[in-house]
Design a protein around this ligand. Structure first.
Ligand code: HEM
Length: 353
């Protein structure tokens, strides 16, 4: 059961990446404080994500017109993220990254987030959302409160701050596909650095896994799936039942809410062998960090391309990286990520004596 922290806010300490306790995976139960069913087994969470009797949680009732608009937006995004387009962005971002990568110092402390991950993601965000590069930094600043609210959706002050800046932010983006405007910019300039920072933190905690990828950079694509499983960002997703159903062994009534614990599902021993160890060459598919089913993240191909384009050159150049200082965390029940990543990077690997 959940450790009682804040009533009505789903917070499981064991779902935090820096927690010494692994996530607890348990049968579905109804949590009185959260007023929601809680699902944490991989099979249960996947069944819920695929169920047509559950809709994305929202205080508004979702109409059929909302569903149709969402389907149009998905189709438009898939068209905008063609293989050719992804390849073009990957090539363009590689050129930008070369310069940033070359500026990273060896053998001295550098904040990997500030010096590499954030600028690389911001350059990509500007490219994909078709804004002028010179405007990117100020728009990133403006978008901060939207990202902060996504990280802690239960905080009404953060929600109000996000709501207040949204019209100004929206007016700055004009890409053809709706998902590649302001929301895509927030996802690429704020959320993606968080996802990559969690992945890098996991590699820093497991230096032998960094070394494997330095020696086998062709395995980075595969490793990204494992980093999303082990150190993914989304901690939980919400759903609401549109009819009475039996799911995960629970009798769920129409309008009941559900909390799907993504972190726990990604660490379910029934689904993943040795779930609490990071193995970058693992071949088990099925991580749920980008959701699954009809509402799975439609930006997934873009995120995979971007993650590989940003991480592969870093891992190729540096044989090792050592965490050098304490890491602070930001965010909340939605997602958490390091605020900074102080590291010492080395081009040659020094084996321990
Ligand atoms: C690190 C960045 C990202 C993460 C962790 C992420 C994660 C997710 C997750 C977990 C969902 C499923 C939500 C649910 O089932 O309730 C989702 C949906 C979605 N994502 Fe992403 N996403 C990211 C970036 C992006 C980007 C860059 C785009 C832009 C193309 C995007 C577009 C969407 C859309 C439009 C949906 C809703 C799909 C639907 O409801 O049918 N995401 N994302």
């Amino acid at each position: 059961m959940r450790s009682a922290e804040k009533k009505s806010v789903p917070l499981w300490k064991s779902d935090e990446l820096d927690s010494p306790i692994p996530p607890v995976v348990e049968p579905a139960y109804f949590d009185q404080e959260l007023n929601a069913w809680v699902l944490s087994r991989h099979a249960d969470v996947l069944a819920a994500l695929r169920s047509r009797s559950l809709v994305m949680y929202s205080s508004q009732l979702q109409t059929e017109e909302d569903e149709r608009a969402m389907a149009r937006m998905r189709a438009q995004t898939i068209e905008a993220l063609s293989h050719v387009q992804l390849r073009t962005w990957a090539d363009a971002i590689s050129l930008t990254i070369d310069e940033t990568l070359a500026s990273l110092p060896e053998d001295q402390v550098v904040d990997l987030l500030e010096a590499y991950l954030r600028p690389a993601c911001l350059a990509l965000a500007a490219m994909v959302t078709e804004i002028e590069e010179k405007d990117a930094a100020s728009l990133r600043e403006l978008a901060h409160s939207v990202s902060a609210s996504a990280a802690e959706p239960a905080d009404p002050v953060l929600r109000e701050n996000a709501r207040a800046v949204t019209p100004e932010l929206q007016a700055c983006f004009h890409a053809k596909a709706e998902s590649l405007r302001d929301s895509g910019f927030v996802a690429l300039s704020h959320t993606l650095p968080c996802l990559l920072a969690n992945g890098c933190y996991a590699l820093l905690e497991h230096p032998e896994q960094w070394t494997i990828l330095h020696k086998q950079p062709a395995s980075v694509d595969q490793a990204i799936e494992e980093l999303m499983r082990y150190a993914g960002l989304s901690r939980y997703l919400r759903r609401r039942a549109t009819e009475d159903i039996v799911l995960a062994g629970a009798s769920i009534s129409k309008n009941d809410q559900l909390i799907l614990r993504i972190v726990a599902a990604n660490h379910d021993p029934e689904r993943f062998a040795c779930p609490n160890s990071l193995e970058v060459l693992r071949r088990e598919a099925g991580q749920l960090t980008l959701g699954a089913g009809p509402h799975a993240c439609v930006g997934a191909s873009l995120l995979r391309m971007a993650s590989a384009a940003i991480l592969r050159p870093l891992l190729t150049r540096f044989a090792s990286a050592t965490l050098s200082g304490s890491v602070d965390w930001h965010g909340g029940s939605g997602f958490r990520a390091p605020t900074q990543l102080p590291v010492v990077l080395r081009e040659t690997h020094h084996e321990k004596a």
